[in-house]
Design a protein around this ligand. Structure first.
Ligand code: S3P
Length: 443
């Protein structure tokens, strides 16, 4: 487990980065591909699955509830689903590791099944709020009993025969939306989930692909109404998972801040609910080109070419936050080396991710010599105008993969090495990160 054996590592640039790399499969799509396949009747196949610890936690939990999930020697995953309504009672607690997505989506899934489950997780996950799913799921009659209120370990007693859900999301969260949709799959009738601010729509796209009866209507103000007909009969699918745009942001920003660099990242998911980081980087003056645009498994995909760029600070509109929610740590790194001021706001959600990402990024960036001010809901950063930062500090990554990777990238443009206290959590989402950075350094 990542919190048992910390692996410290130092990062420093060694010249321009160049080459063509592929990032692992999209984390959100990987989780969903396993969950929906486990709920289909019959045999599904998934290629390009992210084989990171988070997704493997989802796989283990689904196996414990009756699905057969195996990896072929060719890297293709084979899933024999049990069918909606037929999950088995697990005999041991479901270990979610570091993965909020596994915990919250699976809670939705088990809430409308006649099984009792116990959810456990690592130190980071055990500090993250589960009330955002347990409170609305309690309304269908499922019973939740958490530790100190709404934290893991948490037991869930599922319920069958609930009335259809009608739920308006109080926060912009694809995890909460998807948890409610997963619960709705085993509730007779049509449930409605109302999303005032659009978040990633992988669940909607993929469930349609699995043959679910799902409709989305959009009001003039952008509010989305998602209608899901329950007691769904999902048909097995072959899924090709595109590369993760969140992971691709690391080599892209590394190229943008490292003089002389040119990097191509292939096969990156370009779903518009995920690409806010690229829009904002382009607004800062980033030289990004998107080529080979195509559609893979119902998701837009492209290759990204990123060249070293002179970046300028910008005001990031809070409305764009849901489409780049996981990319703020690496975005803050880019801002700390841009010319002028970057302002961010409306980022309260960053305080309840794998760590408090506003506090940790502010502390880490200040420690390596960036000019940064933490406010309640964002960071205000005065960039170095392309100058290398001092570096020479030890970063507390607090079991947060994206904090660790962000500072590994920051080290590319620092005068002294940036030490990250523990890089082991990187394996949750990007097991090949270190190897990829070495490849880019060696051209
Ligand atoms: C995810 C949704 C996001 C994101 C997380 C993955 C998903 O969380 O931060 O890494 O797969 O649905 P929220 O929906 O809670 O913002």
């Amino acid at each position: 487990m990542s919190d048992v054996h910390p692996i410290p590592r130092e990062f420093i640039g060694s010249g321009p980065l160049s080459g063509t790399v592929k990032v692992p499969g999209d984390k959100s799509i990987s989780h969903r591909s396993l969950m929906f396949s486990a709920l289909a009747v019959g045999h599904s196949q998934v290629s390009g699955l992210l084989e990171g610890e988070d997704v493997l936690s989802t796989a283990a939990a689904l196996r414990a509830m009756g699905a057969r999930i195996e990896r072929g020697d060719d890297g293709i995953w084979h899933i024999d689903g049990v069918g909606v309504g037929s999950l088995l009672q697990p005999t041991t607690p479901l270990d979610m590791g570091n993965s909020g997505t596994s915990a919250r989506l699976l809670m939705g899934l088990v809430a409308s099944h006649a099984i009792d489950t116990i959810f456990i997780g690592d130190d980071s996950l055990s500090k993250r709020p589960m009330g955002r799913v347990s409170v609305p799921l309690s309304q269908i009659g499922a019973q939740f009993s958490g530790t100190n209120g709404d934290y893991l370990p948490m037991t869930v007693k599922g319920v069958i025969g609930a009335a259809p859900i009608q739920y308006r999301l109080p926060i912009a969260s694809a995890q909460v939306k998807s948890a409610m949709m997963l619960a709705a799959l085993n509730i007779s009738g049509v449930s409605e989930i109302i999303e005032p601010i659009a978040t990633r729509d992988h669940s909607e796209r993929m469930l349609r692909g699995f043959g679910a009866d799902l409709k989305v209507e959009q009001d003039e103000d952008g509010t989305r109404h998602i209608f899901v007909r329950g007691e769904a009969e999902l048909k097995p699918q072959n899924i090709d998972v595109p590369g993760d745009p969140s992971s691709a942001a690391f080599p892209v920003v590394a190229a943008l801040i490292t003089p002389g660099s040119e990097v191509r990242v292939t096969n990156v998911g370009m779903n518009p609910t995920r690409t806010g980081i690229y829009k904002m980087l382009i607004e800062m003056g980033a030289d990004l080109t998107f080529v080979n645009e195509r559609e893979v498994g119902g998701e837009p995909v492209a290759d990204i070419i990123a060249k070293y760029s002179s970046l300028s600070g910008i005001d990031v509109p809070p409305e764009i936050a849901p489409s780049m929610i996981d990319e703020f740590p690496i975005f803050f790194v880019a801002a700390s080396m841009a010319k002028g001021r970057t302002m961010t706001s409306g980022l309260d959600e960053l305080r309840v991710k794998e760590s408090d990402r506003l506090a940790l990024m502010a502390a880490g960036l200040a420690a390596i010599g960036a000019r940064v001010k933490e406010v309640e809901d964002g960071l205000i950063i005065d960039g170095s105008d392309g100058e290398a930062l001092a570096g020479g500090a030890m970063i507390n990554s607090a079991l947060d993969h994206r904090i660790a990777m962000s500072f590994a990238v920051a080290g590319q443009n620092c005068l002294n090495p940036v030490a990250v206290d523990d890089i082991s959590p990187i394996a949750t989402s990007f097991p090949t990160f270190e190897k990829m950075m070495e490849e880019l350094a060696n051209g």
